[in-house]
Structures are given as C-alpha cells and as structure tokens.
Design a protein around this ligand. Sequence first.
Ligand SMILES: Cc1ncc(COP(=O)(O)O)c(C=O)c1O
Length: 483
Amino acid sequence: MAMQILATMKGQFQAKELLRRCRGFSQVADRETIAHEIESPIPKMPLFDYAPPPYDGPPAAEILQKRKQFLSPSMFYFYNNTPLNLVDGKMQYLYDDTGRRYLDAFGGIATVCCGHCHPDVVKAIVNQTNRLQHSTILYLNHAITDFAEALASKLPGDLKVVFFTNSGTEANELAMMMARLYTGCHDIISLRNAYHGNGAGTMGATAQSNWKFNIVQSGVHHALNPDPYRGVFGSDGKMYAKDVEELITYGTSGHVAGFFSESIQGVGGIVELAPGYLPAVYSSIKKAGGLCIADEVQCGFARTGSHFWGFESQGVVPDIVTMAKGIGNGIPLGAVVTTPEIAEVLTRRSYFNTFGGNPVCTAAGHAVLKVIEKENLQENAHVVGSYLKERLNSLKDKHETENSCKSRNTARDGPDERNGSVDWQRWNFWKCFPHYTSTLLFQGRCRFPCRCYGLHNVKDVKLPMKLKHLTLLDSCYATDLDV
Ligand SMILES: Cc1ncc(COP(=O)(O)O)c(C=O)c1O
C-alpha cells in the first residue's frame, strides 16, 4: 500500500508544472540573504490552512538582551546574527514574530512527532490540567496507569514495567543504575560518538568531547563506533562486535553491568549501526552477565518508519529500553521500561521522582500514542522517508560523478576532503539519512529554522513525522536545486 502511494506520488511529482512550483519552495533562512531572494523568482510555501494570531509580545532584540543578561551564557542559539523568535507552531510549521512561516526540519530535536500543537495532544493536556495538574505517584490517578499500560503494549517480550522520568538523561541515569544494581557490576560499555545525556553517569556514557566536561566519569568503556560509513570495519557489524568482546576481556573483570547504545545515533549525526552489530554484541554482553540497554530517546516512537522502535531493525530485544523526546511531543517526559525481574532491584531502597508520572505529562504521552496510531504516522514516516532516501541517493550519485568521488571509502580516506575539488559539505550530506525517516536535507537556502550540524559535516535534520507527503516532496525538489 505504502509503495503504491509512493509510486503514484512520484508520478505526480514528475510533472513539469509541479516541479516548477516545488522549485519555488526554496528560501533563505537568514534575513541577510533576503536581498538574493528578491532577485530570484519569489518562492512560495505550500498552502496551509492556518494563520497565527498577531504577535503582541516584546521584540526579538529585547528578548535577546534579557537572555544575555539573565540566562546562562552556556545556552547557545542558532542564527547568531538574527536569532529566530518563534512564537507559534502548527503541525509541521513554525511561525516567527512577524508571522513568517517555516518548515520545521528539526522537530524540536526529534521531539515533535505528531506536529506542533496537535489538537488531540493539546486537548489531553488542557483537560488534565483543568482537573488535576499534580499529585505525585504517592496517590492513585488513572492517567499514569492508562499510559503505562498503553506503552507496555508497544514493547516486546517481558518489557512490561514502566518508570516515568522528566527527561532522557534521567531515564538513562536510572537505566544505568538499575543495570549496576541488577548485575552487581559497575562497568558499562557504550559507543564512541554516542549521546546519552549530561548527568553524572550519562555524561560518562556519552562519547563526544564537546558534550563532556572535565569531571570524574567512571566505569564506562567506549567501543568502536559501528558506523557503516566512516567506521574502520565499514559495514561489517560482527567485526565491531569483536571490539566489544575485547573490551570485556581486557578492560573489565570479565563481567559487565551492561551495554548502552542508541539504535541510530542521533546527536552524533544520524548514524545507523552496521548490520548484524546488535545481535552479536547482545550475545557477548549476556555471556558477560550484563544487561542490554536500548536508548530510544531519539529514534523511538515510529520515527524510523520501518519499525516503532529503532532496535527492532536489528531484530534484538533489549533488557531495558529508555525513551523521551517523541514520547510527549514536547511535554517534559521520559520513561524506562524493563522486565518485572529487573524492575525489582529498585525496591531495595526508595526510588522517587516528584514529577515522574505527572498526570498532565502522562495524559499527553497517551494522546501522542493514540495520534501515532490514528493517523498512521509510522506508515507516513516510512513512505516519506523512503522517497526522501531515494531522492538523496540520486543526488549522491549525481554529485559523486560530478565530483569524481567514486565510493564512500574515497570520501572516508580522501586526503583533501575539505579543500580539494570535492565540495565536502554538499557531497557528503546524503549519508546521514537512510531509514531515518522524517529527516530532511536542508541547505542555507531552505527556509528551515535550524542549523544544527551533527558529526563532522552531517546536516542533522529531523522533521515532525506529521509532515505530509506533498510538503516534504516539495522540499526535496527544492533541495535538489540547492545542491
Ligand atoms: C539518544 C539520546 N539520549 C538521551 C538524550 C538526553 O535527553 P534529554 O535532553 O531529554 O535529557 C538525548 C538528547 O538529545 C539523546 O539524543
């Protein structure tokens, strides 16, 4: 069915008229380049039936000035010259204080999965807020149990016990602690180029220097990244898995608490793990007495399109799954799901979290699950993502030829990647997208509200899964023009 829709759509989009219209979509994000825009044919965004109310808040300059005065200098923002003052959101679009519409190609960092301000999610939040905003899990309330039941039904095997947290970092901290308690071991193996959060333990599991402060981070060993594109063993998942075996043999007592990995590295630049990697590693970890933990903070909740959870693409069942971001479509919410046996370890002391399981957040989370199902967002992500992947691959072929780049290895090993004839920034972007649906190449000339760069020069773009075929395909054509 999905492929049929795709074929029909492709046919439609080959029509010259439509292509011309699609070409109009490409626009600049920075106002500095507006002059150039005026010289080009005026681009048009696809029609959209929503007009935000007029903005009556303070001007962007005032907000920026207050931000500099009262907020931590560590809080960076995009578009340094003219930071965006985003004041409204509707489905896949964001609006600035002038009412200008932007296609949100970042989805609040892979968080807005149903679309901004989805009416069902908003309604669930408002209804619950009107009745009871907070009570803590020390009392009964059906919002938390209803959502826990619905969430558990989405997970395989014995993964049926849910702990709610407020963020992905908290969820991962809890998962690390449970693995250590359950196994009686301290050593955890995670992957180079991973991002698991910035708490005391999770910063240790995170393996990108720009997110690691110079503080004590103990008990985590970082294995070779099974990056099929840049990794030392190409896409040979079993060879990378051997590195984990060696870490266990040479870097630990032979027993470990667990193995932590994203199923697709998000912050690291949308890197899929080499095929066959997780089954091989999970087997070594189990032999060493450890637990396998899947961090689904970015790639869970149907974002990959092919599966609801990222780990399913490698055919494994983890012992602990952590989640956040897309779980709440923007509401602060995270969760750890594990088996009843592992969950039991937390009864050794009291584990409590004031806001974890808050009724407003869990009501929102439940609404998100319902929207994903009701609106077939997983299928939508699959259809749109597959088409996007195909288009990006065709761009790759085109630019490989034009730039005399013969293979991925040429790129990986090339001595003059950045200053040779290869336009590295443009040539290499395609690699970050396979299967990672709801992502979209963007260029400076596209009208997207983010400029986030992942690993090296990868353009790291994550759309709301709500994005409809037409608008995404429009964007693909637009980006074609820009490459
Ligand atoms: C894979 C992954 N795990 C954990 C986290 C941390 O989540 P949070 O920022 O909600 O603490 C992130 C955040 O980007 C993430 O991408």
